[in-house]
Design a binder for this molecule. Structure first.
Ligand code: PXP
Length: 259
């Protein structure tokens, strides 16, 4: 399994003070030295964490592939096309959200997504689409011309956390918290099945398959059982653990679990 380490949260901490501490290039070196197969960063329209200069510096200094997440906003796409990351992952973006919530609307915004893919392809950048796991979304992603899909694992991760609240990861803002346990279990099973079915279908269509969002040291083993998934992009849990154990250990432990 390829491990993409998302280092946006290092920039979140830095931007809290607008000083160069913690240094994102240090995070890059430590992640690469401890098992990251890829570095994932998100250049958001509001620049709340990663800045344009970070993208350039990370591209210049990374010893592994850089997966640049971005919205389909034209100004952002022009920057991405100029920077030429090893891959661009198109994600939905809303200014008021805390983090990416759900996959791209591949049905409602197909023209805009198709245009974004063409624009990136013109610059020879392979494109992944961050999508909710469904058979229809896999087919639409293929039709739109993407090379890869990244399956949104947020629903699975939230349900897993609710059922394992003793692990301390439950997301208190989700409405399903009110549901009885058996119903949560059924929904968790269904969310895993959706991920699995989508991964198998995408693979059959010739798409590469990644997964990400909300994955952590407790739930990642479920992704390891799905053969068609070749890459995981993980941020929050690694950076959160690094506060206590250091980034080197946090990355190395995730690498061990995903090997
Ligand atoms: N994949 C995508 C497309 C994302 O937008 C994010 C969050 O930036 C991640 C993976 C990583 O999610 P998390 O920080 O919850 O591990």
């Amino acid at each position: 399994m390829r491990l993409g380490v998302n280092i946006d949260h290092v920039a979140v901490l830095r931007e809290a003070r607008r000083v160069n501490d913690p240094d994102i290039l240090n995070a890059l070196y430590v992640a690469c030295a401890n098992g990251a197969d890829q570095i994932t960063i998100h250049l958001r329209e509001d620049r709340r964490h990663i800045q344009d200069s970070d993208v350039k510096n990370i591209m210049m200094h990374s010893s592994v592939h850089v997966n640049l997440e971005c919205s389909i906003d034209r100004k952002i796409l022009d920057i991405v096309a100029g920077v030429k990351p090893h891959r661009a992952t198109l994600v939905p973006e809303k200014r008021e959200e805390v983090t990416t919530e759900g996959g791209l609307d591949v049905f409602g915004s197909e023209d805009a997504i198709g245009y974004a893919i063409e624009l990136l392809h013109d610059s020879l950048i392979p494109v992944s689409l961050f999508v909710d796991p469904s058979i229809e979304a896999m087919e639409k992603s293929k039709d739109l011309g993407a090379e890869m899909v990244e399956l949104h694992t947020g629903t699975f991760a939230n349900l897993f956390a609710m059922l394992n609240s003793n692990l301390g990861h439950s997301n208190h803002s989700v409405k399903e918290l009110e549901l009885p346990r058996y119903e949560l279990s059924e929904r968790l099973e269904q969310s895993l099945q959706d991920i699995k079915d989508s991964a198998i279908h995408a693979h059959k269509l010739g798409l590469e398959v990644a997964a990400g969002h909300g994955l952590n040291y407790h739930n990642v083993h479920e992704m390891m059982r799905i053969e068609e998934i070749i890459e995981l992009n993980i941020g929050q849990s690694i950076i959160a653990r690094s506060v206590f154990s250091g980034l080197a250990d946090a990355v190395a432990e995730m690498k061990r679990l995903t090997r």
